[in-house]
Design a protein around this ligand. Structure first.
Ligand SMILES: [Zn+2]
Length: 205
């Protein structure tokens, strides 16, 4: 019984991941399907929501998850915060998505040229102090950037740091009991990077 539940959650997570990949392909081809409102969909959604994935993404205006995954209303539960960082409030939203909405798939979505990650690199490598609240945000990112090689070019550093920051958020989610239980039960937690220049979402392995 336990096994079949785990298998079905896993299968729903895999299907969700495939939907995201295909949605991004449509978006890249300029064949997005969900550009207009459908009254029947809105009437259905008024009864409740059953999103198939939860996305923790950055606030950056160039990375709107519904558009880049060509997802419809009600399909994605989204938490957006600069630098896709983990905070108690973010964890609360993720816990809600897991416990109440039961989304089988969670994606931490970073992106090329992330300003919040760049600010964290500046703090780490050049000791730059940012404005008070921005510094709070930066302080959430810096611990995940321990292995960034200062010999790399600035562009390479930022690219490595964006990926390290996604992995850092994933690491923090997996440190929680809820995160561990969800993945044991078959839910999937994936990292991804949106490449702004190509509109491609690269899923991390
Ligand atoms: Zn960003």
């Amino acid at each position: 019984m336990m096994y079949s539940q785990t298998a079905s959650l896993r299968s729903a997570a895999d299907q969700g991941l495939q939907k995201l990949i295909e949605g991004n392909q449509r978006f890249k081809r300029g064949e997005a399907r969900f550009s207009t409102v459908c009254k029947e969909t809105l009437a259905d959604l008024a009864k409740g929501q059953q999103p198939f994935a939860t996305i923790l993404g950055c606030s950056d205006s160039r990375v709107p998850p519904e558009l880049i995954f060509d997802a419809n209303f009600g399909e994605l539960f989204i938490v957006r915060v600069a630098g896709n960082v983990i905070s108690p409030e973010v964890m609360g939203s993720l816990q809600y998505a897991g416990a109440h909405l039961r989304t089988p798939l969670f994606v931490v979505l970073g992106h090329e040229g992330c300003g919040a990650v760049k600010a964290a690199l500046e703090h780490k490598l050049a000791r730059r102090e940012h404005l008070s609240r921005i510094q709070n945000l930066v302080d959430c990112i810096v611990p995940g950037l321990k292995e960034i090689d200062s010999q790399l070019s600035e562009q390479q550093q930022l690219s490595k740091a964006v990926e390290a920051n996604v992995r850092w958020s994933i690491h923090q989610i997996l440190e929680t009991t809820e995160g561990q239980n969800a993945t044991k039960a078959g839910a999937r937690l994936a990292g991804a990077i949106y490449e702004i220049t190509s509109a491609h979402v690269r899923f991390l392995t």
